[in-house]
Design a protein around this ligand. Structure first.
Ligand SMILES: Cc1cc2nc3c(=O)[nH]c(=O)nc-3n(C[C@H](O)[C@H](O)[C@H](O)COP(=O)(O)OP(=O)(O)OC[C@H]3O[C@@H](n4cnc5c(N)ncnc54)[C@H](O)[C@@H]3O)c2cc1C
Length: 403
């Protein structure tokens, strides 16, 4: 619904769509097959001035915010979900610096990310610490003017192509999650290596790697914000602001798969008529279109809330993520169904959408965890949401809170 977007938003949509159609769609299957990163696409994004829109202007970005980030990710993901996340993860990696970095750290690291000359990745998860991020075990122990990092990170999106990494580690291991701090680690730091690349189901152009730290010494100036202990809060605030980006990836995948399904069912004929003209198929298409539009409005609303500067964005970001990613899984699966046997074959474009969509329900907090987050928010809001309701014997004749 373009009517609800500003002129600036529409300009971003159009430029991102042009890059997606010209540079992403023609190579999406090839990137999926080879697992290569789309370096030409990055150059096209730079030429179209689409990099770093979420980074403040004073640090070289466009400073236009999370909604424009989402609009770009949605358009890229319509053509390839892997390209969409490869772009979006730069926001995930740089939000920690935007939110918690010192001026010097922002001045040094944000401009090259804003221009697209440098890629950044986000290292929170570990082999034994995924949903329970506060239980991470990587340590960063102060030694003179340095910190020495030891540990292992798992599933680092863009790990194989990034030159800068935000890494969460325990500076005070006995304090649990209150002892977590964040660090900015450059790729060629001695003791740091990018390890095994994951053989993923989808988003195969995105390089997802393990990261190894063995006595990796970084100067204390790499401690995010210059103080210890704020890492867990920083990561939660980061994820709140990055989740609309994942939701937008899901939205773009759903939209892209839907467009293929619409096109295919309008041409494929069975029983003497197009598949689309069977009412059962029309009902499926109607549900898909409705779910996508509902997801779009929720994702855009959560992005707008963040851009408004509102303090409490957690619940809306989680709602947008859950709804859009569940929608993507449902819509892409239905699209495969509507392609029939061809939908199950890799030389048709549709099965990739389903493979790419699955991860959106898992990363940046699984959808079970998002539902926990929403549930906790509702518990906090209980009084505000219900105090106007009169729970008395008059309305609840058999109600006895004491029994
Ligand atoms: C392709 C890919 C890219 C990724 N990219 C990154 C990245 O760039 N940076 C990064 O730091 N991480 C990244 N991750 C990690 C990702 O965020 C985690 O995989 C995710 O948070 C889930 O953690 P886990 O895999 O350890 O699952 P677990 O936490 O072990 O969960 C297993 C299952 O149990 C459920 N579960 C767990 N706890 C609860 C609970 N309390 N209530 C109900 N259900 C629960 C989960 O929902 C899930 O279904 C990536 C992962 C993948 C696969």
């Amino acid at each position: 619904m373009r009517e609800l977007l500003s002129e600036q938003n529409i300009d971003y949509v159009e430029r991102a769509r042009e890059v997606a159609e010209k540079y992403v769609r023609p190579v999406a299957a090839e990137l999926d097959r080879t697992g290569e990163y789309g370096w030409d696409i990055l150059e096209a994004l730079k030429s179209a001035e689409l990099t770093g829109v979420w980074i403040p202007k004073e640090y070289g970005g466009k400073g236009t915010g999370v909604l424009d980030l989402c609009l770009i990710v949605e358009q890229l993901s319509r053509a390839c979900g892997g390209v969409g996340v490869s772009y979006a993860v730069n926001a995930l990696g740089s939000f920690p610096i935007i939110l918690g970095g010192t001026d010097e750290q922002k001045e040094k690291y944000l401009p090259p990310i804003a221009s697209g000359d440098s890629l950044i990745a986000f290292g929170l998860s570990e082999k034994a610490s995924g949903s329970d991020a506060g239980s991470l075990r990587t340590t960063a122990i102060r030694d003179g003017d340095d910190y020495v990092i030891n540990g292992h990170k798992k599933w680092n999106t863009n790990g194989g192509v990034a030159s800068v990494f935000t890494i969460y580690a325990l500076t005070e291991p006995d304090k649990g999650m209150r002892g977590i701090s964040a660090f900015i680690v450059e790729k060629d730091t001695p003791g740091f290596t990018v390890g095994k690349r994951e053989d993923t189901m989808g988003i195969r152009t995105a390089s997802v790697n393990e990261l190894d730290f063995v006595d990796c010494r970084v100067p204390a100036s790499q401690l995010l914000g210059g103080s210890e202990g704020g890492g867990f809060r920083n990561t939660m605030m980061t994820l709140d602001r990055a989740r609309p980006g994942v939701a937008a990836q899901a939205l773009g995948l759903a939209q892209g798969a839907f467009e293929w399904a619409l096109r295919y069912t309008s041409e494929r004929r069975q029983f003497g008529q197009t598949v689309m003209s069977h009412q059962a198929v029309q009902f499926m298409l109607a549900d898909m279109a409705t779910q996508i539009e509902a997801a779009r409005q929720l994702v855009y609303a959560s992005a707008r809330l963040i851009d408004s500067g509102a303090k409490n964005v957690t619940k809306m970001a989680a709602m947008g993520k859950v709804f859009a990613t569940d929608t993507a899984m449902k819509v892409t699966t239905d699209a495969v169904q509507l392609f029939g046997g061809y939908g199950y074959c890799r030389d048709y474009p549709i099965e990739k959408y389903m493979r790419d969509a699955k991860i959106t329900q898992i990363y940046e907090g699984t959808n079970q965890v998002q539902r926990l987050v929403i549930g906790r928010a509702l518990t906090r809001e209980l009084k505000e949401l219900t105090e106007h309701l009169d729970v008395t014997v008059e309305h609840f004749p058999d109600y006895d809170p004491e029994s």
